[in-house]
Ligand binder design. Structure first.
Ligand code: HXC
Length: 513
């Protein structure tokens, strides 16, 4: 027996050694952790159970038969994060650059299948040179097997991708299908074609970092939801994100203990500036409403005119979507619509109620927006809210103009409770623009056109720049003192906790993609 145990021990040690000390040292020199070090930080101590530790590749070409590293460049298995089950894979760059072989892909697919069967999140730590070049099409097939499973798992279990090294070529499509992507600054990049190909095809000179680094994807493309200064911070972000999520689409997110006090927040009365044209930070409204320090913003650097993120209210997880007057006056544009639509759909998949904070002057005009499909993209957000069956509460803090009023979780598209602050202006457009159109003749023929415009504007504002027309129709359930917002929302979400709505029976809808 001892001989057999010794053999087992030697095999395990070979797997634990990865690509060897030199390659591990090279990984550390780049400021990166190894696949196993990352898992140690992610998972609760002693909770990791590895699967497929001794799997070896089956390639015999290009001298590969003489090169075997047990585990084949990816560590897979399951463990717990804060006591909750998760499935993981962590690519090992020290073994063939973390490249994906047929067997490497099989190991990933196995944990994906188990995650789906057992209803627990899947976390992928990506650090790979892409398809194992020596294996050709077998490796491409392996990628496709993963993509297929990403899609099967979508909406069933949360899927989180951390990019902690290279992620290039078709490999990028697995993270892209998953729910959240986190990139580590300076050590990770994602692109479909790298700088050399870009130079050849378009004659553009661009560095890997500029083309597909963490900052680029956080700000320009929106491909990554979060960035981290290093691997450790990236892993902490994964843990934080998980804390707001349920294990799967059948469950609800964990509820933290909460004891209600007065929940009165007088400081919210001072958030909206006297001048309706003056911006303010919608995050101040969020933090005045949600449980202390619970707001976890995602996608903070992309389409900053809308904010999205998770928070807790009365201990329960919620998703927050809010127009951001600080950026482009909170207008809805192509990117803001796409960002918010995907977030709303994520929350709806995973039973996370939605709080929608509205201060929106409308959709952004211009050729750029029209030619980039503000029609189709704006429709995504309208569609996402309309099909969401989770509890949905809207609070209009100031402007709710035009089509954007409808889109931003109005009562008409299925919101459960709609509140407005006394500053709210719910109208087709702002008083000045409206007066210029409907009183054009009177203004141009007046002895003093400026004075006439100002009078008409005041009259229009008196009639429509308030929440009361909407409240009189029942489109707003209650106009509330800002100080009462938190209390009203805690009660509202609690009342809606058992909400059960089903969409009409169909195969699936056809969201305007
Ligand atoms: C096999 C690979 C590999 C790969 C790296 N290695 N990528 N082995 N297949 N795809 C090996 C290297 O030979 C080297 O082995 C070790 O990993 C480390 O690589 P280095 O080049 O020394 O590291 P570094 O300088 O950090 O550069 C990393 C890199 C580079 C930028 C990722 O290795 C690279 O460009 N690799 C090829 C990337 C690529 O073209 N992949 C295919 C993309 S197409 P030794 O033994 O020397 O340590 C693709 C299609 C997917 O992925 C399609 C899905 C649908």
């Amino acid at each position: 027996m001892q001989r057999k145990l010794d053999l087992l021990q030697r095999k395990k040690e070979a797997a634990l050694a990865g690509g060897g000390d030199t390659r591990i040292a090279a990984q550390h020199e780049k400021g990166k952790l190894t696949a196993r070090e990352r898992l140690t930080l992610l998972l609760d101590p002693g909770s990791f159970e590895e699967l497929g530790m001794l799997v070896e590749h089956r390639c015999t070409d290009f001298g590969m038969d003489t090169q075997q590293f047990p585990g084949d460049g990816v560590v897979t298995g399951y463990g717990t994060v804060n006591g909750r089950l998760v499935y993981v894979f962590s690519q090992d760059f020290t073994v063939f650059g973390g490249s994906l072989s047929e067997t490497h892909a099989e190991k990933i697919c196995r944990v994906m299948d188990m995650a789906m069967k057992n209803g627990a999140p899947l976390i992928g730590l990506n650090d790979s040179g892409g398809a194992r070049i020596q294996e050709g099409v077998k490796s491409l097939g392996g990628y496709a097997d993963i993509f297929y499973r990403n899609v099967q798992a979508s909406g069933m279990i949360p899927q989180i991708s951390a990019i902690m090294g290279p992620c290039a070529g078709g490999a990028v499509y697995s993270p892209a299908i998953t729910d959240f992507t986190i990139m580590v600054e300076e050590s990770s990049y994602m692109f479909v074609t790298g700088p050399n190909v870009v130079k050849t095809v378009t004659n553009e000179s661009v560095s890997a970092e500029e083309l597909g680094g963490a900052h680029t994807h956080a700000v320009k493309s929106g491909v990554t939801h979060l960035t981290a200064a290093n691997d450790l911070e990236g892993i902490q972000l994964i843990k934080k994100l998980l804390s707001y999520l349920p294990q799967n689409c059948e469950e609800k997110a964990p509820v933290l203990p909460f004891e209600a006090g007065t929940e009165y927040r007088p400081e919210l009365r001072n958030v909206i500036p006297e001048n309706p044209q003056q911006p303010y930070d919608m995050r101040a409204v969020v933090s005045g409403i949600v449980d202390a320090d619970s707001f976890f913003e995602v996608h903070p650097l992309y389409a900053e005119n809308i904010i999205v993120g998770f928070a807790r209210i009365g201990g329960r997880s919620i998703g927050v979507v809010g127009n951001q007057p600080f950026s482009l006056a909170g207008v809805l544009d192509v990117n803001a619509s796409k960002k918010a639509a995907r977030f709303v759909r994520f929350c709806d998949c995973f039973n996370i109620p939605l709080l929608v904070l509205v201060d929106v002057p409308g959709f952004l005009p211009g050729t750029d927006q029209e030619w980039n499909g503000i029609i189709t993209n704006g429709a995504k957000l309208l569609y996402a809210f309309s099909e969401a069956t989770v509890p949905r509460i809207t609070l209009i803090t100031r402007k709710a103009y035009g089509g954007a009023y409808d889109v931003m979780n109005s009562k008409h598209i299925g919101a459960d409770l709609n509140f407005a602050w006394p500053d709210a202006e719910i109208a087709v457009m702002g008083a000045r623009g409206a007066s210029e159109i409907i009183f054009k003749k009177e203004i141009t023929s007046a002895a003093n056109p400026a004075e006439m415009l100002s009078n008409k504007e005041a009259a229009y504002a008196e009639k429509f720049a308030n929440p009361y027309s909407a409240a009189a129709r029942g489109f707003i359930d209650e106009v509330i003192d800002p100080a009462e917002s938190r209390r009203k929302l805690i009660k509202g979400f609690s009342m809606l906790e058992k909400k059960a709505t089903r969409l009409p029976q169909k195969k699936h809808g056809n969201i305007p993609l």
